[in-house]
Design a protein around this ligand. Sequence first.
Ligand code: SAH
Length: 252
Amino acid sequence: MTKGVNICNRFLDLVPIYVERWFWLLSISGDSIFARMIQDGFRQQGLRARLVQELRRKEAGNERVWEAMQRVPRHLFLDTSFGQFAYRDVAFPIGAGQTISQPSTVARQTALLGAEPGQRILEVGTGSGYQAAVLAELGVELYSIERQSALYSSTRGLLQQLGYQGIKLFLGDGYEGLPREAPFDGILVTAGAAVLPQELLRQLKVGGLMVVPLGAKVQTMTRIRRLSENDFEQETFGECAFVPMLGGIVRR
Ligand code: SAH
């Protein structure tokens, strides 16, 4: 009797694995949005839920940010051979000497920005597109700039495949921002700026927030609030380590 129950439970345990494998077989036949979607199987969703629990324990983020991160398939933003690292709280190389930020850093920066649905947000440093996808899941109108053309092109393709066509991507120098699209309710810089990018301050709405890792060697997570046309308030949130924010565009 007991044995029968065990066999039944074992069978029920196996069903999701077989369903997932079957979807995988379908998914390797093409690179469509459908294929990408079904590559986010039960296993990855489970690992993601565990990562989100870890972020909650570390108090990195807030409820809205964790919900957004639960929806974004981070493993698809890394090279497939590194997929097993996607749901650990670590930064990872994404090519062109750049990194995808650590999940707890993404959660902290996104929470500090505190963006509301419908707000116009500028991200500097598109990189893998992961932070951009998390912001898009919050329902903001997102503009994102990347200075490396190779990353800009590959990430543009990926975000389209994943259904994030609404994100407006630009190849450019983030120090200059996007004067034609300004002003922004919020600006999120995901590279370490040695000095405060003055042009970005000008592109912030009064009442708007800019979150930026600031400093030459050691960086400090900094949040600037524009109080009026000429007044800004600055808060700091501890040390952090980002790849440097560099000037100019790198063409292939
Ligand atoms: N937000 C990214 C993090 C990428 S790392 C992610 O989620 O993956 C930082 C990125 O900033 C790199 O891709 C780097 O090329 C880019 N970067 C550095 N300086 C820049 C600048 N002045 N303008 C635009 N992008 C810049």
